[in-house]
Design a protein around this ligand. Structure first.
Ligand code: 13P
Length: 252
């Protein structure tokens, strides 16, 4: 049985003070919590303080991106060493907003996944098709390409540690969720890909999150699907009560 993992991606939202308010609210509720992994991913500016605040609780810290070099002349970037320093355990990589708005390639995603593993953190590698790709029937080609390139040269024994987030771009921030069946089909495709290209053991261990307009009222049906192991939540993770309800409904 794979342990559920619910992560909140706060994107470019919240000052340090607002971020701390949410962290404190969540900590009150999930100071100890054994039934799922809970991860919050604040913006870089709030990582350190939020990390301190939740360090004695069951909630874990994640970052929203990383660069692949350890240090040096890379203006504006944040290194894996710096994320480790603020006790980040997870790093979101290749979010569709980074791919679409900032031109992030699968090759960059691959370098980031490798460096995050090397630093002992857990990559949450995002993949997903755009609306026109779903409409013209190329969803699985797109997913296959993103998986092949994003996971290139990752050793078999490391693949099971990675988290894949399936986030269909047309479902992000649109209020249009993939149906549980559509999501399950994509998740099954991802698990089968891992079995075919790596090994059965890794595919059984691999946790696959769904992301895209996840809300308290749709999470339970998504989680009931065999290959959906958690959620990467955007907008609905910004409010304490809503995120608490998502976590609670995910383990029903
Ligand atoms: P929403 O939950 O706001 O649709 O965002 C999903 C997402 O992009 C999480 O990474």
């Amino acid at each position: 049985m794979r342990r559920p993992i619910i992560a909140g991606n706060w994107k470019m939202n919240k000052t340090v003070e607002d971020a701390l308010d949410v962290a404190i609210g969540l900590k009150r509720k999930f100071y100890t919590f054994g039934e799922a992994d809970i991860v919050i991913c604040p913006p870089f500016t709030a990582l350190s303080k939020v990390g301190d605040e939740i360090s004695d609780s069951s909630i874990m810290l994640g970052a929203q991106d990383v660069y692949w070099e350890e240090e040096g002349a890379f203006t504006g970037e944040v290194s894996p060493k710096m994320l480790k320093d603020v006790r980040a355990r997870y790093v979101i990589i290749g979010h569709s907003e980074r791919r679409v708005l900032f031109g992030e390639t699968d090759e960059a995603v691959n370098k980031k996944v490798k460096v995050v593993l090397r630093y002992g953190m857990i990559p949450i590698m995002c993949i997903g098709e755009r609306l026109e790709e779903r409409d013209n029937g190329t969803t699985y080609e797109v997913l296959e390409k993103q998986l092949t390139r994003g996971l290139k040269d990752i050793p078999k024994e490391d693949v099971g540690r990675i988290i894949i987030a399936y986030e269909p771009v047309w479902a992000i921030g649109t209020g249009r969720t993939a149906t549980p069946r559509e999501a399950q089909e994509a998740h099954k495709f991802i698990r089968d890909f891992i079995e075919k290209h790596f090994e059965k053991e890794a595919s059984v261990k691999l946790r696959i999150q769904y992301g895209g307009s996840v809300k308290p009222d749709n999470i339970a049906k998504l989680m009931a699907e065999e290959d959906i192991d958690g959620a990467l939540v955007g907008g609905a993770s910004l409010d304490v009560n809503t995120f608490v309800q998502i976590v609670e409904n995910s383990i029903l």
